[in-house]
Design a protein around this ligand. Structure first.
Ligand SMILES: NC(=O)c1ccc[n+]([C@@H]2O[C@H](COP(=O)([O-])OP(=O)(O)OC[C@H]3O[C@@H](n4cnc5c(N)ncnc54)[C@H](O)[C@@H]3O)[C@@H](O)[C@H]2O)c1
Length: 356
């Protein structure tokens, strides 16, 4: 089977990671092109990983061998770069945030319709091991019916000061980390969103963008997903907490172990009623004297660096899709829903000077 000849445009922090991880398995991927306006960076990257270097996007897209273009340029360019790459006949893997403005959202919907099977969205954190383990635990029914999901990315307490904290550069945590957690939240919600509520603040950053994001998604099924991203939490809380009607699941920011407390699967609730009268003094206000709890701490599997794994997994899935016609797990409708939600959040937070 022929390796996918790929190029990466925007060889900064994440672009370098794409070059490195995708080209690890030479039978599946071969790096042929690198693009970046910073020609010194292109040259350094070409020296390290191989491939032809381009400092003009049009020249990068004209590379005759490149089948797949991975777009990892600054966020504001994503949707337009995807359009150019698709028009040049390339298959595209587009970094998150896949779109930053309402115009991007419209454009991406058009591109998705116009180029079936050509445009893929890089929600790599869908493949975090702890998240996948959690989906398996939910599917096994240990937590019962899911009622509340809380996903919190508590970054190191810091006054982040790069372009990702400037609105005129497409920055702000709504674009930086929220797409990952909204995507995960939508997966755990397990159905369409009925309502979006949100609260954004700029707390520490010297930039003008949001560095504290709180979004509540309410599903048509009444499940609630709360998403929080913050640069101003000095004592980090759990990354993920899930309440089900038979148990609770928690894991921390390190995503190394999953703590579970759930009712014995053999247990069935005895019948009970709630009395109208006042509780009897000294007696518990509880229908159940004792419950058969099972408590466990499970090691997240596979035991592997999460940042590496999410890249390995997106590369594997994309190869399966392009070479074996196995559907890509991040559906376009999933990724477009993330952008729709962020557009609603922007409207709810006019205190920020959103561009577009
Ligand atoms: N999925 C993830 O886990 C993940 C992680 C980090 C970043 N990202 C996303 O990837 C994008 C890049 O982030 P980063 O942290 O790598 O940023 P970065 O600033 O480190 O890198 C951006 C690169 O793009 C280059 N560039 C700028 N304008 C360009 C243009 N017009 N044409 C070609 N190259 C251009 C810059 O010179 C730089 O090398 C952002 O949208 C970010 O949200 C995703």
């Amino acid at each position: 089977m022929e390796a996918i000849k790929f190029g990466v445009c925007g060889v900064g922090r994440i672009g370098r990671q794409h070059c490195r991880v995708f080209s690890q398995d030479r039978e599946k991927y071969e790096l042929v092109a690198l693009g970046d306006i910073d020609s010194a960076r292109v040259a350094a990257m070409a020296g390290e990983f191989g491939g032809r270097g381009y400092s003009e996007f049009a020249e990068f897209l004209a590379d005759p061998e490149m089948e797949l273009a991975i777009i990892a340029t600054p966020s504001l360019d994503h949707a337009a770069n995807a359009e150019q790459a698709l028009a040049a006949g390339k298959t595209v893997l587009l970094e998150k945030p896949i779109g930053v403005t309402a115009e991007d959202y419209q454009l991406l919907q058009r591109l998705d319709r116009a180029y079936p099977g050509k445009l893929y969205f890089g929600h790599n954190h869908r493949f975090e091991p702890a998240f996948s383990n959690t989906q398996d635990i939910i599917a096994a029914g240990l937590l019962g019916n899911i009622d509340v999901v809380k996903l919190c990315k508590h970054h190191q307490f810091m006054r982040r000061n790069d372009w990702q904290m400037r609105l005129d550069c497409g920055g702000g945590q709504l674009s930086v980390w929220a797409p990952h957690l909204i995507d995960q939240g939508l997966q755990l919600l397990g159905g369409p969103v009925r309502e979006v509520r949100s609260y954004l603040r700029r707390i520490l950053t010297p930039g003008d963008a949001d560095d504290h994001v709180r979004i509540t998604l309410v599903g048509e099924n009444d499940v609630v997903a709360e998403v929080e991203i913050s640069n101003s939490v000095a004592i980090a809380g759990p990354y993920c907490t899930i309440y089900g009607d038979r148990g609770t699941l928690v894991y921390g920011q390190d995503q190394e172990t999953i703590r579970l407390k759930y009712l014995d699967p053999e247990f069935h609730w005895p019948g009970a009623t709630a009395d109208a009268g006042a509780p009897v003094s000294g007696k518990p206000m509880n229908a159940d004297a004792e419950l058969p709890w099972i408590e466990e701490t499970r090691k997240v599997e596979p035991d592997i660096n999460m940042w590496e794994y999410v890249e390995v997994e997106i590369a594997r899935h994309l190869h399966n899709t392009l070479r074996k016609s196995i559907p890509f797990p991040v559906k376009s409708s999933d990724a477009l829903e993330v952008v729709r939600v962020t557009e609603v959040v922007k409207k709810q937070n006019p205190q920020f000077k959103w561009i577009g």
